[in-house]
Design a protein around this ligand. Structure first.
Ligand code: CA2
Length: 147
């Protein structure tokens, strides 16, 4: 299983501020945790982080025909980006939406997720563990490709 792990804006700053919301672990520690779990599951993770919407679209497109699953935390673009929704739909690669916090219990503007409609599952409010949950879900399989 080749799994692309995509993190959106500001998630490179993990561990630096707002630990009460996002935890104390850094982005590098998150990647190391996922890498370890992937190894145990026999999966091959690839990591991508960007603060730029278009770069995230490019990363999602790069999964086409190459990746078996995507773990996607679009950060704030979750609540604004039809472009990310369209990209996930277009590539047809099973994608799990992940959030460290639970956006549904925060400010009202975080309650809309555009990408959710194209994702096979959403994991939220579980901190770093949520990425491992998503990895296990994708490795368990049973998701059909969109096209
Ligand atoms: O809970 C999540 O994972 C979010 O996707 C995180 C986004 C937020 O806009 C979404 O509503 C929910 C923000 C990530 C910001 O990350 C920071 C990391 C360290 C310090 C400050 C922000």
């Amino acid at each position: 299983m080749n799994i692309l792990v995509i993190n959106g804006p500001n998630l490179n700053l993990l561990g630096i501020r707002e630990p009460e919301i996002y935890g104390r672990g850094t982005y590098d520690e998150l990647c190391a945790l996922i890498r370890r779990e992937a190894e145990a599951l026999g999966a091959e993770p690839e990591f991508f982080q960007s603060n730029h919407e278009g770069a995230l679209v490019d990363a999602i497109q790069s999964a086409y025909g190459r990746m078996d699953g995507i773990i996607l935390n679009p950060g704030a673009y979750t609540h604004t980006s039809v472009a990310l929704l369209d990209a996930v739909k277009a590539v047809g690669v099973p994608t799990v939406e992940v959030h460290l916090s639970d956006p549904d219990t925060r400010e009202p503007f975080r309650r809309i997720s555009y990408v959710r409609a194209a994702c096979v599952a959403t994991v939220k409010g579980r901190g770093f563990q949520g990425y491992l949950d998503a990895l296990r879900l994708l490795c368990r399989g049973g998701f059909s490709r969109g096209r």
